[in-house]
Structure formats: C-alpha cells, structure tokens
Write a protein that binds this ligand. Structure first.
Ligand SMILES: NC(=O)C1=CN([C@@H]2O[C@H](COP(=O)(O)OP(=O)(O)OC[C@H]3O[C@@H](n4cnc5c(N)ncnc54)[C@H](OP(=O)(O)O)[C@@H]3O)[C@@H](O)[C@H]2O)[C@@H](O)CC1
Ligand SMILES: [K+]
Length: 512
C-alpha cells in the first residue's frame, strides 16, 4: 500500500474535487461522514458522552461535521473549538455555521486561560485539533489542553493523525501530541505510524477510504510503501513440476568463529527452509562437526584456521553468498573479507560482524556489487551512516548511504524498513518476541535463500522480511513473546508460505 506524503494528499484533494466535480466542502463531508459511520457502527447509538475537540483548520472542520452527524443521530455529544489561531479555514467556517444551525448553539470555545470541561474516564474524546496542516509547535496553553485530554483517562479517537504530530519531522515537545487509542486516517497510512519515535502516539490505526481520485492514487509514485500480503503475493514465484534442486540455486553462508558457529547454522537452515536448492556453510575448522550434525542437509567447507575465518577460498560456484554472522571483527577476519571482496562478483547479503568491519573501513563498501543487501540492526546502522538526530534523519542518511554505494539496506526493528535509493519499504509483520538472539541470522538466511531461487535482491529483501515477520507471528501462538527463540522462526517459515494463500477466516466460512 502506498504511503503518500502530506503534499501528495493535498494534491490528491485538489485533483479529486476537479475530476469528480465536487467542492472541497463536499469532500470534507464525505471524509468526516466516514468517521461518523465508523463510530456509529461500533457504538450503535450508545449514550456514552462524546467530547469532540476541534481545531480551526480543516481537521477541525472534520470534527464539526462529525459532531453534527453524531448530534443528528441522537448521540450524547459536546463540541468544543480550541481557538488556537484567528485564521479559521473556509471549510471550518462553513461547518461552524452548519453545526450552529443544527444544534441551535455554537460549540464551546476554548481560549487561553480557559479550563478543560469535565471529562469522565468512560467518555470518548474525538481529537480533531490538528491534522496534517500543523506547521509549528502549538502555544503553551494549547499544550496544556492537549495534556488535559491525554490525562483525562477517556478513550481518544484521533481524526486523520494524532494532533501535534508533523508529517516530516519530530514534534519539538513530546507533551504537545495527543496520545490516541485509535487513529482513523484518511485514504493513506501516514509514515509516522511506523517510526519508533512517533508510532507510539497511536495504539491502533485504520484507513478510511474517502474516495480520492483513483487515477491519481494509482499513477503517483510514492517515496514509501507499506508491505503486507497484497504486496508480496505478486512477488512470490511459484514452482514448476519439472524444476529440480539446481533450479533453486546454491547459497553459500560464510561466518562463525569459536563459540559462534550457531549463527551460521541458523542462517544456513533458514536459507534451506526458505527454499534454496543447495546450501554450503563456510566455517572455521571448529565448526565442521557441529554443522554436519545439526544440519545434515547442508554441505560444509572449512577455513584453514580452527578458530576463525582467516581466508575465504572455495572451489564451488554459488548463486549468492550470505556473510558475516558470528565471524568476529579481528584483523584476520578483516583481511579475509577484504581479499574476498576484491575478487567477488556474486550477489551478497551482508550482516553482523562483516557490517562492523566495513563500518570501520568504509573503503570496503566500494567493493560491494551493486544491489548488495545489508541487514543492520540500529547499532550497526549507526556505525555505517553516522549518528542521526531522529527517525526522519535516520531514513535520509540511510537513503543517501544506499544511493552512494548502490545498496539495499534493511533496518531491523519493530517495523523493519528496507531502504532502496528510490523507495523505502515498511514491513507490517513481526512482533517483539522476535527480538531474540539469532533472529537476524535467520533473516539473512531467508534473504540469501530467496536470491538463490531467482528473486532479485530487492524483491528477496522485501519478501524475506515479510516472511520472517510472518513466521515470527505464527510462532507466537505456541510460544508467547518471551519463550520464542530464533529456531522457532525457522520452524514456521513453511507455515508463513502457506499463509500467503490462506483466505481470511470469514470468507472460508461463507464458502462452506
Ligand atoms: N484528502 C484528505 O486527506 C482530506 C483531509 N481533510 C482534513 O484536512 C486536514 C488538513 O487540514 P488543514 O490543511 O486545514 O490543516 P489542519 O491540520 O487542520 O490545521 C492546521 C491549521 O491550523 C493552523 N496551524 C498550524 N499549526 C498551528 C499551531 N501550532 N497552532 C495554531 N495554529 C496552527 C494553520 O493555519 P495558519 O495559522 O498557519 O494559517 C492551519 O490552517 C487533514 O488532516 C484532514 O483532517 C478533509 O477535511 C478532507 C479530505
Ligand atoms: K487530529
């Protein structure tokens, strides 16, 4: 699903009114009616007190439309206008008059110095103070009101975006943001829902389709895309009856050191389970027996050193190489990596210690083939791209880094983000149980295994991250967050593939 920027949403707004021959007032009516329908469907006329807090722009206008519909349908609603600026928007003013005409009284104006009205813990607050048009930090007295709403204990539903959040930067003051239970967002998810520093301002979110111009939505390229099942299904490559193991390529997994052979085992097993035809592990001598025993399906090559990787030399012809897990960052490992990279022409997936070696000597990055996949966690990423100011800066730095070296960089986290110079891909699957030792090795293995089967590196990364997250989600059922270990993720890769083609429960029931 595309994630449109604020500028693109305003553009879509304009084009929609032109092409559909409607006024912006009609579009606001349509959008806010969707919010009303959403609430009405859930509340079914319940007489819970609803406090609608409006700003003075179009987000406030949405709030006024919603309040009018709630009133018309007999809900117990109070409407307030937080009078944060004298410049009220045209569509706000039209709806300000309309609600007066309907209720025979003006909404309650909240000005500087005014107290918050009494709000019960069982009440509902609708937050329509600021939308995507916020352009500066709210005044202190407005922040006090926002804090009052956050602390009232009532459930908060935000319209479009939790008020106070900016589309493209962090709020100056964390207390100047509404903490929503639910955000009903118009037409497109907002990037801020997926960034660690801003995502926590709403517990849940949902998209309301407000019928913006289809052609614009289809044709416009966005800088970010949300990756769910619908996005990965077209990537999936079905297997043919007469395919054989050679069709699915040969993955070479290189890494490990004394005490860290498990990382290579996990990555190798994940590559095989993701579907690689053949897997060879390249480990120091001390890893030979444990690799052969733990994973008889893989072949094993050993370094001349018993303890660590000192030279990467092999006589096989792999399709793709996944490298770096558990290999250490010592001098010998560094030299081995450098000598190997100077000669290598194979596609690469690079993780862990190999990333740290490269971060310490950035000239090595220039030796990477185009579209090499890097899978850093935030600590490794910082060593590569430098310290960032905030999540937006992190993305910009990673994008510039990916463009400079022509790489694909996957930033592991709650919403793993794959950064390609032209676009970022935000994954929706996964859970906190996956923050466990070896989880990253499994991801590297899956991506390597996918490239080996013929997925191009970007597809393999986007699909691999999705599969990894789905496998983790499926593993959760029997394990819970705490008990999940990396091997559980591998054990559920098969189910993650199967889940791609499962119909939602409801549809299945209808078919029976
Ligand atoms: N296609 C869609 O998605 C549709 C979207 N719609 C809705 O429109 C919303 C965007 O509306 P919007 O552009 O009027 O901006 P919004 O956020 O309501 O208000 C900001 C206003 O307040 C002001 N202001 C800014 N910062 C301030 C501050 N700190 N303290 C005080 N004042 C401040 C600023 O004016 P200024 O004072 O700068 O002149 C500005 O006018 C969007 O989120 C969605 O809810 C639907 O109605 C229709 C379809
Ligand atoms: K809002």
């Amino acid at each position: 699903m595309k994630i449109f920027s604020a500028a693109q949403i305003y553009e879509a707004d304009k084009i929609t009114t032109e092409r559909q021959g409607i006024s912006s007032i009609e579009l606001m009516e349509r959008a806010a009616t969707q919010v009303f329908n959403w609430m009405h469907q859930r509340m079914q006329g319940a007489q819970v007190k609803i406090h609608v807090f409006c700003g003075i722009g179009n987000n406030g206008g949405d709030g006024l439309v919603l309040a009018r519909h709630l009133y018309q349908h007999g809900y117990n609603v109070d409407t307030y206008v937080v009078n944060c600026s004298d410049k009220r928007s045209k569509n706000f003013l039209v709806n300000y008059d309309r609600i007066k005409a309907e209720t025979k009284s003006w909404p309650t104006l909240i000005k500087k110095g005014d107290e918050l009205p009494e709000i019960g813990k069982d009440d509902i607050i609708v937050d329509a103070i600021f939308g995507i048009g916020i352009n500066r930090c709210p005044d202190d007295w407005v922040i006090t009101i926002m804090q009052g709403l956050n602390n009232a204990g009532a459930y908060i539903v935000s319209v479009d975006i939790p008020s106070g959040l900016f589309s493209d930067k962090l709020p100056e003051k964390p207390e100047a943001v509404i903490r929503a239970g639910y955000t009903l967002s118009f037409q497109t998810p907002k990037l801020i829902f997926f960034l660690p520093q801003t995502g926590h301002y709403t517990e849940q979110w949902e998209i309301l389709d407000i019928g913006l111009d289809r052609q614009y939505l289809v044709e416009t390229q966005t800088a970010a895309e949300l990756i769910g099942k619908h996005e990965v299904l077209p990537i999936y490559q079905p297997r043919e009856k007469f395919d054989h193991k050679g069709t699915y390529g040969h993955s070479l997994i290189i890494g490990g050191s004394h005490g860290k052979i498990g990382a290579v085992q996990l990555a190798s097993r994940a590559a095989l389970t993701a579907g690689a035809g053949l897997v060879t592990a390249y480990v120091p001598g001390c890893g030979y027996h444990s690799m052969q025993t733990a994973l008889p399906e893989a072949m094993v090559l050993t370094d001349s050193s018993e303890e660590e990787i000192t030279q990467i030399k092999f006589k096989i012809d792999p399709t793709v190489i996944g490298l770096g897990m558990g290999m250490g960052t010592g001098k010998k490992a560094k030299i081995a990596l450098e000598v190997f990279l100077k000669d290598n022409r194979k596609p690469l997936v690079i993780d862990a210690d190999a990333l740290n070696i490269m971060a310490a000597d950035k000239t090595l990055l220039e030796l990477l083939p185009e579209n090499t996949v890097l899978t850093p966690h935030p600590g490794e990423l910082e060593r590569l791209v430098g310290k960032w100011e905030d999540d937006f800066d992190k993305l910009e730095r990673t994008k510039a880094f990916a463009a400079k070296y022509k790489l694909i960089v996957t930033i592991k986290g709650a919403n793993t983000i794959t950064v390609h110079p032209e676009k970022i891909y935000i994954n929706v699957t996964g859970n906190p149980g996956m923050a466990t030792a070896g989880s990253g090795d499994v991801l590297t293995g899956i991506i390597t295994g996918l490239i080996s089967q013929g997925y191009d590196p970007l597809q393999a990364t986007v699909f691999g991250v999705y599969l990894h997250g789905t496998a983790g989600d499926l593993a959760l059922e029997g394990r819970g967050y705490q008990a999940m270990i990396a091997g559980d993720i591998i054990n559920h890769i098969g189910k993650a593939y199967v889940a791609l083609f499962k119909q939602p429960e409801q549809e299945q029931q209808q078919e029976e």
